[in-house]
Design a protein around this ligand. Structure first.
Ligand code: PEP
Length: 252
């Protein structure tokens, strides 16, 4: 039985003080979610990770938004996995569409990061999703299958089981245009079939999230679909009241 998961991606928002204030406000709602068998987490910026980790309910997952695949060296501006581990971070988002678009991150680079995270005992959240152009051409499945095959290349079924996949159509991220539940369900069903081809029955255990303009009032529609195990949420995860609404929506 796959446990539901709500993960907030804070993107480039909040100072450490603002992030710690959210963390304190979220304590009870984290208990509420966990007691209802829902995992919850937030992904603050690097500079807020330590403050959030120290202030938040320890049952809350705290994830980085990115990492380097290298442990150390001449990689100016990068943060390594051992550095994240040193402050108690054991989850990390990989291949968010904004990093693919603005930082040229490829699925092959994501594959190296995912392997390095798994080797360090961390949980990667691998993002995939098609552009508006691919969506309009009816090429969603081709696009997403390529990202899955390249990003998860050469993983064993046991490793794959530890990866969370997030399907986020790029045209729905931060635009207020969410994919219909039919589109999300259809594509996520396809993602699971692709994972099954690659990893056999391990695919049944893998959690797949939907992301793209998820809000407290639409989250339950996605979570009702059999293959959708939770949500990766940007804008609506920034405010504690809205975050609480998302948790409540997950339970509806
Ligand atoms: C995201 O950042 O992964 C995301 C889905 O953003 P939003 O919920 O704001 O569309």
């Amino acid at each position: 039985m796959r446990k539901k998961l709500l993960l907030g991606n804070w993107k480039m928002n909040k100072t450490p003080e603002e992030a710690a204030s959210f963390a304190r406000a979220a304590s009870e709602m984290v208990d509420f979610a966990v007691s209802h068998n829902v995992d919850v987490g937030v992904a603050p910026t690097y500079v807020c990770l330590d403050a959030v980790k120290k202030a938040i309910n320890p049952k809350c997952i705290v994830a980085a938004q990115n990492c380097s695949e290298h442990d150390h060296g001449a990689f100016t501006g990068e943060i390594s996995i051992p550095m994240l581990r040193a402050i108690g971070i054991d989850w990390c988002i990989v291949g968010h569409s904004e990093r693919r678009a603005y930082n040229g991150e490829t699925s092959e680079a994501c594959n190296a990061k995912i392997k390095a995270l798994l080797a360090a005992g961390m949980t990667p959240v691998y993002c995939c999703g098609e552009s508006l152009e691919a969506f309009e051409k009816g090429e969603t499945k081709k696009f997403v299958a390529e990202q899955i095959r390249a990003g998860l290349k050469d993983l064993t079924p046991d490793e794959a089981r530890k990866v969370i996949v997030a399907y986020e159509p790029i045209w729905a991220i931060g635009t207020g245009k969410s994919a219909s539940t039919e589109i999300a369900e259809d594509t996520i069903g396809f993602v699971r079939r692709t994972l099954r081809e690659l990893f056999g029955t391990a695919a049944v255990d893998m959690r797949i999230l939907y992301g793209g303009s998820v809000k407290p009032d639409n989250v339950s529609a996605y979570i009702g679909a059999p293959d959708i195990d939770g949500a990766l949420v940007g804008g609506a995860s920034l405010d504690p009241v809205s975050f609480k609404g998302l948790i409540e929506g997950m339970l509806r």
